[in-house]
Design a protein around this ligand. Structure first.
Ligand code: C2E
Ligand code: MG
Ligand code: MG
Ligand code: MG
Length: 278
């Protein structure tokens, strides 16, 4: 039954809700249009080795070419439709193509990580597509990394596990994204076929507080004992970097070193070290 707040029974269709639905419809239209007309691009955010200051890889983050809408807004809308499949394939091919382009200019040895939505598990030909694109561009699987979140295990466990095992047996690396949010469970780490965990920004932020340093240390050593690499994301302050370094975090990613960059700008800093000027 509908709540009557002392007003009309129809008050639940308020103007904001109509506007929200309209906005969603607009964005979905924009996404469809952009899928058809090459309207997306990837930005690249450096992942920096804590010890050397060198870039170990980049995370590819999707953007619309000519209108700013946050992927935090449009990815969930794409996920409600099959658009996420086409988007996911675009991201996959574009990242692999970029790896090949950089290699052709002598820029190599750094990974590119792409984000993979749980909904893409329903894209049946995806693994074939991935294999085919790597071969087509002559890119080694180990140069590519796929970021997943624990939400891939929300509905089923067996199917996503099998998918990840297959991805990993191809030689593509897997990172567990947004670790420390939602239903994050440490026991996941013992059986998931992942190479790396990405500590979510909310965790990186909490590690700024002294009383949480012990938690950071134990989490990172647990990960290391399971042979997992640890990267902290959303690192904005030198203080965080210093603490993460003491805690033996392997890499960091965040505005402290660089925002996500256009591919041309990523290329300019490809061999830069963030810790010394030469
Ligand atoms: P994510 O994968 O956890 O990516 C990290 C987000 O944090 C990115 O936002 C990045 O720009 C932002 N970020 C990086 N460093 C900092 C920092 O120091 N401070 C702050 N405040 N933010 C920082 P972005 O690009 O807006 O992406 C948001 C989310 O959208 C991503 O979270 C990911 O879940 C999703 N997403 C982005 N690109 C793709 C894609 O190609 N495919 C899929 N399926 N999802 C994507
Ligand atoms: Mg990510
Ligand atoms: Mg993340
Ligand atoms: Mg995150």
């Amino acid at each position: 039954s509908v709540k009557n707040n002392g007003k009309s029974n129809y008050a639940f269709f308020d103007k904001d809700m109509v506007a929200q639905v309209q906005e969603k419809v607009d964005i979905e239209k924009q996404l469809r249009d952009s899928v058809e007309n090459d309207g997306f691009k990837l930005l690249y955010q450096p992942q920096v080795d804590v010890e050397s200051g060198e870039i170990s890889g980049f995370e590819a983050l999707i953007r619309l070419k000519d209108r700013f809408i946050s992927p935090g807004v449009f990815i969930p809308i794409a996920e409600e439709t099959d658009l996420i499949h086409e988007l996911g394939r675009f991201v996959t091919e574009e990242a692999i193509r970029q790896l090949q382009e950089w290699k052709s200019r002598g820029l190599e040895g750094k990974t590119v990580a792409i984000n993979f939505s749980a909904k893409q598990l329903k894209d049946e030909g995806y693994l074939e597509f991935l294999k085919d694109r790597l071969e087509h561009y002559g890119v080694a699987p180990s140069e590519l990394e796929i970021e997943i979140t624990e939400s891939v295990f929300l509905e089923k466990k067996d199917q996503p596990l099998k998918f990840l095992e297959e991805v990993r047996s191809m030689g593509v690396r897997i990172a567990l994204d947004d670790f420390g949010t939602g239903y994050s469970s440490l026991s996941y780490l013992t059986f998931l076929p992942v190479n790396k965990i990405k500590l979510d920004k909310s965790l990186s932020d909490r590690f700024l507080e002294l009383e949480n340093i012990g938690v950071m240390d134990s989490l990172i050593s647990l990960a290391h004992s399971l042979n997992l690499e640890v990267i902290a994301e959303g690192v904005e302050y030198m203080e965080q970097y210093k603490k993460l370094k003491v805690g033996k975090c392997d890499r960091i990613q965040g505005y402290l070193f660089s925002k996500p960059l256009e591919k041309e700008d990523a290329e300019l800093i490809y061999n830069k070290s963030f810790l010394n000027e030469n």
